[in-house]
Design a protein around this ligand. Sequence first.
Ligand code: DGP
Ligand code: NA
Ligand code: NA
Length: 210
Amino acid sequence: MASKRGALIVLEGVDRAGKTTQCNKLVQALIERGRPAELMRFPDRSTTIGQLISAYLEKKSDLEDHTVHLLFSANRWELVPVMKKKLEQGITLVVDRYAFSGVAFTSAKPGFSLDWCMKPDEGLPKPDLVMFLQLNPAEAALRGQFGTERYETSAFQKAVHERFQQLMKDSSVNWKVIDASQNIEGVHNDITTHSLNVFNEAQNTPLGEL
Ligand code: DGP
Ligand code: NA
Ligand code: NA
């Protein structure tokens, strides 16, 4: 019998909610507790598909909206063999954005249903836990200016936030809402508690599929 698998833990949220900081801190906290853990992020801009996505986000290229949606999904799919291998080796993956960002961002564009947006990600490894860093748009605005990448406008982020609220109604996904208006350590404590709670269940049940 193989040793126990790692947990698949995802952080989601609108831009400036502090996901990247919190992902890094969670990986460190898990390692300090003797649980092997690694960070992943989507989009992974290092692959060939990731470079197409990166150029699109930096507005160096334009891509048709359905096309870019499928590229983001393909970027997740191409990493699935690596993800499965690490999880089987007992490594917990802390993932900065996943399929839920895919659905929330594309469905915030006119003419895209949630259902259509979810299809390409059907069958991806299902996270044991998805934490949504909740920050209302007004508080997010206090954290400074948006960058210059595509999607980084308050109107679009507000639409994305609404789509996430829709997605969180899906009880087949283990969503936890985190109050991201707390200070960094407060958010970190909540995230660490939820993550440690998920280990027993994750290690005794097979990895699911979206
Ligand atoms: P980040 O590197 O985390 O800042 O993400 C880059 C941007 O891409 C961010 O605005 C969120 C957006 N994004 C992430 N995943 C997807 C996806 O699957 N589809 C779409 N359309 N946008 C995404
Ligand atoms: Na960004
Ligand atoms: Na990302």
